[in-house]
Design a protein around this ligand. Sequence first.
Ligand SMILES: [Zn+2]
Ligand SMILES: [Zn+2]
Length: 182
Amino acid sequence: MVFTHDTELALQAAVTLANSALDPDTLTTDEDLDRVWDAYQYSGRRDHTRAELDAVRALRPRLRAVLTAADDETAVSLVNEMLGETQAVPQLVRHDQLGWHIHAIGTDQPLARRILVETAMAMIDVVRADELSRLSVCADETCEGVVLDLSRNRSRRFCSTTCGNRNAVAAYRARTRDPAAS
Ligand SMILES: [Zn+2]
Ligand SMILES: [Zn+2]
């Protein structure tokens, strides 16, 4: 594991949300939000309202900006801004099966606000570990997807298996068309 479990979950959730804004948008209904909720083990307040969905949707460009920050300084200023505006107060908590970990915002706060804070807290770990290179933009020429590479050998270059396969096929075709190229 590169980061702690809760940090990896928060990063994966942020990446999924950021990438949901790509075309076609995959976060348009309350059911879509349910899927994200379930996949990343969210708990606490959930309103199931249009306003809640819209707030999470509106957050996506900010998530993308911090996840794809060009350097530490950029990431840090975005993280500090996020924590400042939400008045995050880190508290050690223990619940469910999880050991001691940090909650920086109450579970009664709106979901979008909590996602913002949890993403910022996870990015603290990324910056402190000097692991910003774990985050990148998809190597597919036509894709803007955010890539989170949690692999041991840092081998992940594509945002999805779809992008990975498309490029594997293209590379294979290029080789077979011109054997000298490889
Ligand atoms: Zn927790
Ligand atoms: Zn991609």
